[in-house]
Design a protein around this ligand. Structure first.
Ligand SMILES: [Zn+2]
Ligand SMILES: [Zn+2]
Length: 445
């Protein structure tokens, strides 16, 4: 069930309005991460989620027993990740030769071929970051389930928050599927127990993400959030960009950071537009060599041509794998280019102080954040095949420098999307949804 927060009494109000209503005075107030509209957190039916009534960004979810559910899921995830790395991943057999591999064989083989940077990105996003997220969440959830405040709660929470977008188990799984299809003509493929573990891990991680309710975790922090009663009409407030705790503006001058998680406080992401433009410019420059240089050569009995991203797609079509060809084309070409165009449009609209359809522009932004990681699929494919297909003259796969350029494009466009601040879209739309500059408690810089 999907509810907008306006379905709750007084939950989509400005600070001034909240004060005039005594019934919501004890409720915690948060600012929407998408547009800075103030909302008071209200109890809603279990399983529902609240979206901002102004920009429709996700606000919070009502999950009964969120802490114990997530604890169980992350314990399962830890066991699965261990299994995925220790068990046999894929076994290849051709001409009497058998090659056995584990999950990271491909990434390590990239180091031997002087593509260590690529290997490092693969290891980080497929194993290291998911491992840190899982251990970090267990670190937070275990004491919280006993009603105790975890040690280093703020720094651990911020680390986990920062790494979640870079943990790409699902994309890795799709890359594995693609690799299995590509291998069909080269050798006999037998998936091992680790493939099953990665598949289940993908589902468990998704379930853990959906069941996590940060408010439940913060209830053991001992830090009291601001309620409607604490806020004066027209007062300037600042929301922590990491844990969403609302602060009175005066706190930002103390340089002590967020009083709950310790993150630096700022009204808008620092130099958001300049950073995003710089990252996008770098990504656009790399886009050309990423598509001109080959990303890998797959050879059978000594024969094989180097493949660029586009010729790889053509190869899939020629073999009759239309569906996979479309996925690769979409993930590797359409997504990065569309992302750059959409971000450029958003930034031009912010610079021109456009007030045109801010809610749709916020949706476009969330879309660019959501799809970015899926472009990594070709990188995982190259890494997996390079590690797996080492059968001498029978069959061989070599990675090329095009893959490094492409990996750079994916990482830079993801960083660009993260550095853009969607609140900038709303800074010139005060008249929207009845929230005008007089009664909006969040001031704009
Ligand atoms: Zn909003
Ligand atoms: Zn914080």
């Amino acid at each position: 069930m999907d509810l907008t927060s306006s379905a709750y009494p007084n939950s989509a109000s400005t600070g001034a309005e909240l004060l005039s209503d005594n019934s919501s005075n004890a409720a915690e107030v948060i600012a929407c991460p998408g547009c800075d509209q103030l909302h008071s957190i209200t109890t809603a039916p279990a399983g529902t989620k609240a979206n901002c009534s102004r920009c429709h960004s996700f606000l919070y979810r009502q999950v009964p027993n969120s802490i114990s559910r997530c604890l169980a899921l992350y314990i399962a995830a830890a066991a699965l990740l261990l299994m995925a790395n220790l068990c046999s991943f894929i076994t290849l057999e051709a001409g009497g030769t058998t090659v056995d591999s584990v999950m990271l064989t491909g990434a390590f083989s990239l180091f031997e071929r002087d593509l260590g940077l690529l290997g490092l990105v693969v290891i980080a996003t497929s194993v290291a970051f998911p491992a840190i997220v899982i251990v970090g969440m267990l670190w937070l959830l275990w004491p919280a389930s006993l009603g105790k405040r975890p040690w280093f709660m703020g720094p651990v929470f911020r680390l986990v928050q920062a790494l979640i977008p870079w943990s790409m188990i699902g994309v890795f799984m799709l890359g594995t599927l693609l690799a299995a299809v590509k291998l069909q003509g080269l050798a006999a493929v037998a998936p091992g127990l680790a493939v099953v573990a990665v598949m289940v891990l993908m589902v468990v991680m998704a379930a853990a993400k959906v069941n996590f309710e940060p408010q439940a975790l913060w209830s053991v922090s001992g830090v009291e959030p601001l309620t409607a009663a604490d806020i004066q009409p027209g007062e300037i407030l600042v929301s922590c960009h990491s844990c969403d705790l609302l602060h009175k503006d005066i706190d930002t001058h103390s340089h002590s950071g967020c009083r709950r998680c310790g993150a630096a406080l700022h009204r808008r992401k620092t130099n958001s537009l300049q950073r995003t433009w710089a990252l996008m410019a770098a990504a656009s420059v790399l886009l050309l060599p990423a598509n001109i240089y080959p990303i890998m050569t797959a050879s059978k009995l000594g024969k094989g041509e180097p493949d660029t991203i586009l010729s790889g797609v053509q190869g899939l079509i020629a073999s009759g794998y239309w569906g996979l060809a479309l996925i690769v084309l979409f993930a590797s070409l359409v997504v990065p280019i569309m992302k750059l165009i959409m971000l450029a449009y958003l930034m031009v609209s912010v610079r021109r102080q456009s007030s045109w359809r801010p809610r749709d522009r916020t949706k476009i932004y969330h879309l660019t954040e959501l799809v970015g990681a899926w472009s990594m699929i070709d990188i995982y494919l190259v890494a997996l095949l390079t590690g797996l297909v080492q059968l001498g003259v029978l069959a061989n796969v070599t990675a090329h420098v095009g893959a490094v350029f492409f990996c750079g494009v994916v990482v830079l466009t993801m960083l660009a999307a993260h550095s853009f601040d969607p609140r900038l879209i709303w800074d010139n739309t005060d008249h929207d949804n009845g929230a005008n500059s007089a009664d909006r408690a969040l001031a704009i810089t």
